[in-house]
Design a protein around this ligand. Structure first.
Ligand code: FA5
Length: 347
């Protein structure tokens, strides 16, 4: 029966590729998940199985149902976006003049420090054989929480204050970890990728916290990947980034999508560890949480955790920029002040 579930998922994936209207999407949902649909038909045969088997197969079927539902929601979002794009295309403005004015101001102000650091990081990762992925800012509950082993009513959902849309189904992603699932869906192990981008949290701002900030997610999956690989990788990465010895500390950290999880802190380069408003007088700045990918997350991504293991990390890009250039307030990075950006023109 597991084989039947696998085949069903595969034919669902194939059928999804041909969906180009809401009506077809509704038909697809009925065909696979409806009361008289293919999944229900398979479930009906469960009554012949033993109690033990029924439990195992029932769980696999429920997980499959969650995955298919998420893919359908995702396809609906893409369709909606296409409709909006078509409307926007019909109502366009020629921005050529504005673009050329923007080009002038870019020449004058230089690159933003975030762009400089992000590009440098991308070069480092490309040289290490990583791919670079991108993903949407508006996400579903599935990608931001459930598939990352954070089910509904799990207390970890409160760790990141979320901006929800009115429908309570969509949200602004609170972290780039969403791309772990999206990446796994599209890749076959072994693989490694990073995903830089904006994230959003309903937070009060201070010298080291913004409500809109940037992260770079990373994930590596293969055979026999261990904590030793993770630690070696992080040390190599930091020496590439800072081009000098920096003091770091690794301590246990809790994230439901990794086990074990770690927090990697860097000795505050603003105050040289003496204590300031950026490091909240502790001398340390949280920079690179990471850990070994939880088997449930691999499963949700369609990867067999008996065969493959992996690690993931989520680099705080703004904090890295602050450490790199000695910027003592994150709000300067997002101020849009050209005098601020001009200082980095020749960096
Ligand atoms: C996460 O967001 C996890 N998704 C990271 C992760 C990925 C863990 C993969 C394990 C495996 P956290 O909430 O700690 O974790 O944020 C990650 C980093 O983003 C922090 O270390 C910090 O550098 C940065 N960060 C967090 N909140 C803010 C904020 N409000 N403003 C600026 N930077 C922030």
């Amino acid at each position: 029966m597991l084989e039947k579930l696998k085949n069903l998922e595969e034919s669902f994936r194939q059928a999804l590729k041909n969906i180009d209207s809401e009506a077809k999407l509704a038909d697809l949902k009925a065909r696979f998940l409806g009361k008289k649909g293919e999944l229900s038909a398979i479930l009906k045969t469960l009554s012949n199985a033993s109690m033990e088997e029924r439990k195992k197969l029932g769980q696999a079927a429920n997980e499959l149902k969650d995955r298919l539902t998420a893919r359908l929601e995702e396809a609906k979002l893409i369709l909606d976006r296409k409709i909006t794009d078509a409307k926007l295309a019909a109502d366009w403005t020629d921005i050529t003049l504005r673009r050329s004015l923007m080009a002038e101001s870019v020449k004058e102000s230089g690159q933003h420090p975030l762009s400089i650091v992000q590009r440098e990081l991308e070069d480092i990762f490309l040289s290490m054989g990583f791919d670079i992925l991108d993903g949407p800012h508006i996400e579903t509950d599935w990608y931001n929480f459930t598939a990352l082993n954070i089910p509904e009513s799990h207390p970890a959902r409160d760790m990141q204050d979320t901006f929800w849309f009115k429908d309570m189904k969509h949200l602004l992603r609170t972290h780039t970890s969403t791309i772990q699932i999206r990446g796994m869906e599209h890749k076959t192990p072994p693989f490694r990728f990073v995903a830089p981008g904006k994230v959003f949290r309903c937070e009060t701002t201070d010298a080291s916290h913004e409500a809109v900030f940037h992260q770079m997610e990373g994930m590596l999956v293969g055979k026999d990947i261990s904590v030793a690989h993770l630690i070696y990788f992080e040390k190599t990465l930091l020496s590439e980034i800072f081009q000098r010895e920096v003091e770091i500390r690794l301590r246990p950290g809790f994230f439901p999508f990794v086990e074990p999880g770690f927090e990697l802190d860097i000795n505050c380069l603003i105050c040289s560890g003496k204590g300031c408003s950026v490091c909240k007088q502790t001398g340390w700045v949280e920079l690179l949480p990471c850990g070994m990918t939880h088997p449930n997350v691999l499963r949700y991504g369609g990867i067999d955790p008996e065969e493959y293991t992996g690690f993931a990390f989520g680099l705080g890009l703004d904090r890295l920029v602050m450490m790199r250039y000695g910027i003592d307030d994150i709000r300067l990075i997002h101020s849009g002040n050209l005098d601020f950006s001009r200082q980095f023109a020749s960096c």
